[in-house]
Structure formats: C-alpha cells, structure tokens
Design a protein around this ligand. Structure first.
Ligand SMILES: [Zn+2]
Length: 97
C-alpha cells in the first residue's frame, strides 16, 4: 500500500512546448494518461531498526524506493487525493434530496 498523504497537492505543470504531450502508463491500471495529469507516489519500505540500517548499505536503501505514476482515477480510488470541490458539492446535493 502506498503511503497516503490525503490532501495531496498536484503539481499541475504542462510541458513548455505545445501540442501532443507525452503519455505515461499508469502503474496501477496500465492506462495511458497525459503526464501532467498523473500523481507521483513514492512507494518503498522504511527500515526503522537502527541495527539493520547500519548493516545495510545506503545505496541499497535508495534502491528500495520506487516512483509510481498514478492516473487521477486510481489516485481517487486509493485515497491519494480527495475528490475536488465540485464533486463534493454534487454528492452533498444527492444526499440531501
Ligand atoms: Zn490508473
């Protein structure tokens, strides 16, 4: 499970050049989505035991970290981000009526 920091700020950056933007494969579902739409999740183990930390090489710890690119659909599903304001409003309306 990725560590979820629920109010996630999206770095909504486009590529400087115009036109077709690079597509990235989502690591969760395998869909192709524009790169600027994806969320980056760092997945990895955390070794908390100081005894093991001394024995294991620092380079090896870096290897354990992995960057995952997640499409907005999966990000919502896995709780990486909260749904936007517009979604929350419409949900409220449904529950009230
Ligand atoms: Zn996905």
């Amino acid at each position: 499970m990725p560590i979820s920091t629920a109010p996630y700020k999206r770095t909504y950056k486009h590529v400087s050049r115009r036109g077709r933007e690079s597509l990235v494969k989502c690591d969760m579902c395998g869909r192709y989505v524009p790169r600027w739409k994806t969320f980056v999740v760092v997945k990895g183990f955390r070794i908390t035991d100081p005894y093991i930390l001394k024995q294991v090489d620092k380079r090896y710890i870096h290897m354990l970290k992995r960057k995952l690119r997640v499409c907005p659909k999966c990000a919502r599903f896995y709780g990486i981000v909260n749904p936007g304001k517009s979604v929350r409003k419409s949900k409220k309306r449904i529950t009230q009526t």
